[in-house]
Design a protein around this ligand. Structure first.
Ligand code: FAD
Length: 404
């Protein structure tokens, strides 16, 4: 085991940190105020495109794309990407600057891995280029969607087309003005076994019959400009060539898509937790109550110490999962991916909770990033599969393994 970063990684980490210091931290407050102003609802932040250009020019672009898709990738392994995702994660909304934000990253990986050359030319290219955004359309309000075999949307062949009908919700990023592409999952082969009934298909956002019913809020925030929405698909028609990998392969694609996506979220959660801890340490050392600095209170020191231990534990587990994905592939690494998805958002939520407490009333306000870090990590315990589903799968795997 070698805990030392290579020279290549030291250089990339230093360049990314310098970019964050020069271009991203200074505009964090301004960006948040702009996107939260009512007049700017569902509008893209005007300075984003210029920042993206700067990041691309600095060679900090598409860093997430695994080295195995060489023709699309800057060539980093998951292990190499981990510290970079952590640095970007310190500001939850900033991965877009580096074209490394969900749900685009997962959609790009699907198209890189399973797309036809024509699908890659039409859809992957603009996504890699950052000129287009996208959404992943899976969850449905009327069924327990944590079990994806429940999904009821229909994708039926009709002549040269597929016709899509159904209701979806929690579709992130669909309100973004540049969102032009959806990867949609639904049922095609009703007589097949449960895991081979579903298909994934490319649907351009502006296809007739695609309707946004309403935006959804997360703890009262609508997360403009991308948002999350409930959607209705009524006789939506797309050419047969839009199917990805073939009929009945949707479940397999969802599994392949969510593995790397989950670990990316975890890497960012660790960055958020680290930032909350640093802010907490600075706050308690600058605030006096009952005649002593808060940092001199034993309970506060315990909160800092516990947070440090938990972040280090989660970071090591994430790096181990990333290393296992690189060495043995996502399928073999599924136990560690599940483990870190269970651990990281909960850890970050707990650290943010302690930081909120140490800030007093300011902790729940929008004056620090901590309240946002708390809510982001709370919803990450549901998004990409609830904690319990990962625990059920991990428990089953380990029971089988230890009974061999
Ligand atoms: C902010 C946010 C963004 C999202 N973005 C997207 C998106 O872009 N695209 C998309 O398709 N979806 C998205 N989702 C949806 C998300 O993936 C689902 O909410 C999640 O998979 C759970 O599905 P469900 O809501 O239907 O819950 P259900 O399936 O109804 O589950 C409810 C609860 O039951 C419990 N449960 C389930 N299975 C078990 C079990 N085996 N053992 C014990 N308890 C269990 C869990 O506590 C779970 O939370 C998003 C969700 C949120 C909150």
């Amino acid at each position: 085991m070698n805990f030392e970063y290579s020279d290549k990684m030291k250089d990339l980490i230093a360049r990314l940190e310098a970019f964050m210091d020069e271009h991203v931290y200074p505009i964090e407050k301004e960006r948040n105020e702009w996107v939260h102003a009512e007049a700017n609802l569902w509008k893209a932040w005007p300075k984003m495109e210029a920042l993206k250009e700067k990041a691309r020019a600095a060679g900090l672009w598409n860093l997430f794309m695994p080295a195995e898709y060489e023709k699309f990738s800057p060539g980093l392994t998951n292990l190499e990407y981990a510290p970079l995702a952590e640095i970007m994660g310190r500001i939850p909304s900033c991965s877009e600057i580096f074209n490394c934000s969900a749900p685009d990253t997962g959609n790009m990986e699907v198209l890189a891995r399973y797309g036809t050359p024509e699908q890659q030319e039409q859809w992957l290219k603009p996504l890699l280029d950052g000129s287009m955004r996208s959404a992943y359309v899976m969850t449905e309000p009327q069924v327990a969607s944590s079990d994806a075999t429940n999904l009821e949307m229909t994708i039926f062949p009709d002549g040269d087309d597929y016709v899509i009908n159904g209701r979806k919700w929690w579709i992130s990023n669909i309100k973004h003005p540049n969102c032009e592409l959806m990867l949609v999952m639904g049922k095609t082969l009703l007589d097949n076994p449960r895991h081979t009934q579903h298909s994934t298909i490319i649907v351009p956002r502006n296809t007739p019959g695609v309707e946004i019913v309403r935006p959804l809020s997360v703890f009262g925030a609508v997360h403009s400009p991308g948002g999350h929405a409930e959607m209705l698909f009524t006789n939506v028609r797309v050419p047969k060539s839009n199917i990805i990998l073939g009929e009945g392969r949707g479940f397999e694609i969802a599994q392949g898509r969510l593995g790397p996506g989950r670990i990316h979220h975890c890497m960012r959660s660790i960055g958020q937790a680290q930032r909350a801890l640093e802010l907490m340490a600075q706050r308690v050392d600058s605030r006096t109550a009952f005649g002593r600095k808060l940092s001199q209170q034993g309970s506060i020191r315990q909160d800092v110490a516990k947070s440090f231990c938990e972040i280090e534990q989660a970071r090591l587990l994430t790096l181990k999962a990333a290393d296992s994905m690189d060495r043995y592939g996502n399928k073999v690494a599924k136990d560690l991916i599940a483990a870190i998805k269970i651990v990281a958002p909960k850890m970050a939520q707990t650290v943010a909770d302690r930081a909120i407490q140490s800030f007093g009333g300011m902790g729940v306000s929008g004056d620090t990033p901590i309240a946002n870090i708390f809510t982001v990590n709370r919803f990450l315990r549901l998004a990409d599969g609830p904690d319990e589903v990962h625990m059920a799968q991990l428990g089953k795997l380990k029971i089988a393994e230890y009974n061999k």
